[in-house]
Design a protein around this ligand. Sequence first.
Ligand code: ZLS
Ligand code: CA
Ligand code: ZN
Length: 351
Amino acid sequence: MHKTAFIWTDEYYNYSFPDYHPFKSLRESMTKRLLEERSAFHFITLIEPKPISEEVLQLVHSKEYIEFVKYKSKEGQGYLDDGDTPAFKGIYEAALIRISGSVKALELIKGGEFNHAINIGGGFHHAKRNRAAGFCVFNDVALVAKLGENSFSKIAIVDIDGHHADGTQELLIDDDKVLKISLHMFHPNFFPGSGDVNEIGVGKGEGYTINIPLPPGTGDDGYLLAFDEIVIPVIERYKPELIILITGGDSHFNDPLVELKLSTHGYLDVVAKVHHLAHKYSSGRLIMLGGGGYNYDATARIWTISIAEIAGIYDLEYETLHDPFSTKSSKFVMEKIRSTIDRIKKIHSLN
Ligand code: ZLS
Ligand code: CA
Ligand code: ZN
C-alpha cells in the first residue's frame, strides 16, 4: 500500500503577515500549481482539515498563551514576539487551521487508509508553550508527536528546515518516545542561537534530542555526509513507527535568510532517504510538513519534487523543477562538518 494524502484548504492563505514580511503563502500556491500542472492529484488525495479543539491545543500551549493570541487576533496590532511575528486580525483562526492540517495528517495515518500524509501549511517549529517565535504561533510538530504517542511507541522527527527546531526541542525535551533530530545552520548571532551538539535532552529524554549544527556554505556534499553519518544510523538504531519530516525550503542556496546552500538535488536525496527509512521501519508511515522557505520559487520546486518522491510519482518532468547543478562544499567546510560529526558520534555513542 502506498497512498498519499495532501491536506489543504484555501483558508491557509489567511496566515498572511504584512507585505514587508518574508513568510508568504505564495510557496504553497506555487507548489499546488506545479503539482496540478503535472496531474499529480491523480495519484494524491486532497483532504480538508477542520479546526482542532482548544483542549487539544492545550497539549502543547498554556491557556494563558492561547488567550493572549486570541486577544491579539481581535486587536490585530503589534507583535506576538519581539518583532518577527506580527499580529493581524484573525491570526488565531489562521494559525489554528494550519496546525489542524498537521493533526489531520496524523489522523489519516492512524486510520490506516493512508501511509503518507503531507501538510505543507504546517511546520511551525519555533513556537513554545507560552510564546510565539520566528513566524510561528502554535507548534504543530510537537503537537502531532504528542498525539502520535497515543498510537505509536516510537516517533522520529527529522527537521531539515535551515533553522534549529528550538520550540519542538523545548516542548519535548524530556520525552523519550520522540527522537528529535534537527539539522540547521549554526553561526554566531544566527537565529535562534540554540542547537549545538551538547543539547541532547533532559531526564528520561536524555539522548533523544540530536542536533546537527552546520556552517554557512555547507552545500549538498557536506549536508549529505552529515545525513549519512548521523541521521541514517540513528534512525536505523531507533526503528521509529512513525517519521515526521519538517521540510522547510530555506536550506536552499537561493534562500535569503539561511546559507546552507543545498540544491534541489540535495533535498531530493535527503527526502528519498527518509522515505526509504519510513518504508523500512515504519510501515511507510510518514508525515511531511512544510516550514520556512523565503525564495518562493525554490521552495515550491523543492516541495513539488519532495511530494512526488513521497507519492511515488517518478515521471513528473523533474528536469523542469530541478536546479541545473548540485552544490559542492569547500575543503574547509567539509573539515568543519567532519569534526562536528565526530563530536556527535561520541556524544550519542554511534559506531
Ligand atoms: O524556521 O533573527 C531573528 C531575530 C531578530 C532579528 C529580526 N527582528 C525583527 C527580531 C529579532 C533576532 N529572527 C529570524 C527568525 C527566523 C524565523 C525562521 C522561521 C522558520 O523558517 C520556520 C517557519 C529572522 N530572520 C529574518 C527575519 N527574522 C526577518 C526578516 C525581515 C523582516 C521584516 C518582517 C520582520 C521585521 C521586518 C522580519 C524578520
Ligand atoms: Ca532544522
Ligand atoms: Zn527556517
